[in-house]
Each structure stands twice: as structure tokens, then as C-alpha cells.
Design a protein around this ligand. Structure first.
Ligand code: 5AD
Ligand code: FES
Length: 357
């Protein structure tokens, strides 16, 4: 009898909900990761795309109970780079051969923010053109803002749903944060012509294997092009993290769960881009490489100027706080080379799933 892993590898979306939950809890983790890695190699090759990550501001209008830069955390020194700085870092990433950038900040709304971002996007498009991939990750916005940013040169958008379970979502956010509105934003992004990415955190309090299987089914039903997921890591200055136990054993389990989610997602969806999140490296020095070997194909090297990095801490133990962009480039090049993968320099690295649309 062929195992469920073979069945999953044979065709996308081949598993029932029960089977997906079974794959997620597969006892032999090495077999699980190997099966997912084989699918990645077949669909994408032994290749990794790099995206230079620019964390350009940490002011946020949201108050998520788990996030270190939530509005109510008074200990955070708030910053926003000016347009020249953002463009300079994007140019650095372009020259470094990254092929694409991700612009991320806390969520801000309003016309001033919309036109600031629009201006930055036009300037980046001015030197990079459509050859240089531009992803933005700027939270929930009106559809017309998404459209403006798309027209100004952004190609892709990342907006994590955080969990596909609306009841769990409600426990992790204040009452005025809406799961339905967030889902509708993903649909608006699709209408505006973006490659759409979303994802969840794994290891949230109260989250079950059933929830995680539903998360992966949500990725399929929303027909996402890109998946960015990471383990939940408590942050001491947040309501959810302040009294959370955090032992070496828990860290190991949380890392394993993050890798299991990557592997199961690769086995279920086959041809999407999946990021090896930085949060994996917060749990183990080689966390991101292990993410690649469990089926991920994207890494987001930080290109944010060093002096801002420690003010953009969504969770505890964020790596590379004292490194600069050049050091991270060399470090990741070595790490990826060491596991026998090839970096796709100077390429946008679009989601193959998107290419088949
Ligand atoms: N642990 C892990 N991930 C977190 N994020 C926010 N806070 C945490 C945390 N404590 C993730 C959310 C958000 C992304 C930018 O960072 O999923 O969408
Ligand atoms: Fe920043 Fe390794 S990726 S030091």
C-alpha cells in the first residue's frame, strides 16, 4: 500500500481533511520533510529565490494581542524611513542580485500613507522596471488603495490571515479586528491583479491540528500564489506573550510544527511559492535552511539598515539585529550553498502557480 505521503506527492489537493491532519502529525518527520522536498525539487528545482526585506516603519494602527509592534506597546521606539532611504535600500537589493524586494511596515491607513507608498513604488519601478519584483505587505486597505499601489508598480501582496478559524482569530485580536474583512482584502487583492500571498502562525494557544489542516485548505480555496507562515513566538510586551511559558522544549516543538506546516503545505499545493520565515531562525540557527529542506523555496534576507532592526521586533529572538545587509547576503549565500541549493540571482522568482493562471 502506498503511504499517504505518496498519495499527496502524486497530485495536488489529493488529500481529505482527515488525511491532511494525518500528514501534519506524521510520526516520521524525516520522511515527511523528504516527501515535501521531493515535490519542491520536481515542481521548482533545487532553487531558492531571495527577496530583500525592507521593514520601513513600525507604527501600527492595529493591536493584535501577539505582536510586538502593536499600537498599545508603549516600549517601542517608533520610526519610519523617508522615501530616499527606502529607495536606497531597494537599489542595494537590486544591485545585490536579489531580483525582488518586499516592503513591509506596520498597518497605516489614510491618504498621506497611500500617496507616500505610491511615490516610493513609482521610484522603485523607475530603476527596476517590471524585471524587478516588488512585493508589499502593508495590511488591510481599501480596494482603491490596493489598485493605486498595483498601478504604481507593486506586483505581489502579502497579507497573512493568521488563522483560518474565525473563532480563534477573535481570541487573538480586539473586537474591532475582523477576520471577514481580512479575507475580503485577499479577494480584493486578487481583483486588482496581484500575485496574492497569505499565511498563518502555527503553535497559537488553542490551535489544533484540525485548525492547521483547515489553514492549508484555506490556502487552496483562496487559490493563493504565495504562502508565508511561521511559528508563533511569544513576545514579553504583549498580552498573549507576557506570561507564556517558553522553554527549550517548547522552542523545539514550535520549530518542528513550523516545518511540518511547510511540508504539508508543499505536499498539498505543489506549485506555490513558500517562504522559509525568519521566525524559524529565531528558534534555531539553521531554521531557515531546514525550512528549505522541508519544502520552502523563498528566503527574505533583511536589507533594512541595521539601526532600525531592533525596533522592528514582532517576536522575541529575531535574528540579524546587529548584522548589515552585506553580511546577511554572504551568510545566506553560504547557508543555501551548504545544503546544495542554487540561488536564483536577478530573477523575479514568480510563483509557478501564478504562471499557470
Ligand atoms: N510570533 C510569530 N509571528 C508573529 N507575527 C506577529 N507577531 C508574531 C509573533 N509573536 C507575524 C504575523 C504577521 C507577520 C508580519 O508577523 O503573522 O502577519
Ligand atoms: Fe543575517 Fe545570517 S542572514 S546574519
Amino acid at each position: 500500500m502506498t503511504s499517504l505521503l505518496d498519495k499527496a506527492a502524486g497530485a495536488p489537493r489529493a488529500l481529505t481533511h482527515r488525511e491532511l491532519a494525518e500528514v501534519l502529525t506524521w510520526p516520521d518527520t524525516e520522511a515527511l520533510y523528504a516527501a515535501a522536498y521531493a515535490v519542491k525539487c520536481r515542481e521548482i528545482g533545487r532553487r531558492v529565490s531571495f527577496r530583500g526585506l525592507i521593514e520601513f516603519g513600525n507604527a501600527c494602527c492595529k493591536d493584535c494581542y501577539y505582536c510586538g509592534i502593536r499600537k498599545s506597546n508603549g516600549k517601542v521606539r517608533r520610526y519610519r524611513m523617508d522615501a530616499d532611504e527606502i529607495v536606497r535600500e531597494a537599489e542595494w537589493a537590486h544591485k545585490a542580485g536579489y531580483g525582488s524586494v518586499v516592503l513591509q511596515s506596520g498597518e497605516l491607513t489614510g491618504e498621506a500613507n497611500a500617496s507616500f507608498v505610491e511615490d516610493v513604488l513609482k521610484r522603485i519601478h523607475g530603476f527596476g522596471g517590471d524585471e524587478f519584483g516588488v512585493t508589499i505587505s502593508l495590511g488591510e486597505q481599501p480596494e482603491e488603495t490596493y489598485r493605486r499601489w498595483r498601478e504604481a508598480g507593486a506586483h505581489r501582496y502579502l497579507l497573512r490571515i493568521e488563522t483560518s478559524n474565525p473563532q480563534l482569530y477573535a481570541k487573538l485580536h480586539p473586537a474591532d479586528h475582523s477576520w471577514e474583512r481580512r479575507r475580503d482584502c485577499l479577494r480584493a487583492l486578487r481583483r486588482c491583479g496581484y500575485q496574492v500571498g497569505s499565511g498563518v502562525m502555527s503553535g497559537l494557544p488553542g490551535q489544533t491540528a484540525d485548525d492547521l489542516a483547515s489553514d492549508i485548505e484555506f490556502f487552496a480555496s483562496e487559490d493563493l500564489d504565495m504562502i508565508g507562515m511561521g511559528p508563533y513566538i511569544p513576545h514579553a510586551d504583549t498580552p498573549l506573550g507576557k506570561d507564556a511559558p517558553w522553554t527549550p522544549e517548547l522552542r523545539r516543538e514550535r520549530l518542528e510544527l513550523g516545518l511540518r506546516m511547510i511540508a504539508a503545505t508543499r505536499l498539498y499545493l505543489h506549485d506555490v511559492n513558500i517562504a522559509a520565515a525568519t521566525a524559524l531562525q529565531a528558534l534555531a540557527d539553521d531554521g531557515r535552511e531546514r525550512g528549505l529542506l522541508a519544502g520552502a523555496n523563498v528566503i527574505m534576507p533583511n536589507v533594512t539598515e541595521t539601526r532600525y532592526r531592533s525596533d522592528y521586533q514582532l517576536y522575541a529572538g529575531k535574528p540579524c539585529l546587529n548584522e548589515n545587509s552585506g553580511l546577511c547576503r554572504g551568510c545566506l549565500e553560504r547557508r543555501v550553498g551548504a545544503i546544495g541549493e542554487t540561488i536564483l540571482w536577478n530573477r523575479r522568482g514568480d510563483s509557478p502557480h501564478w504562471g499557470k493562471r
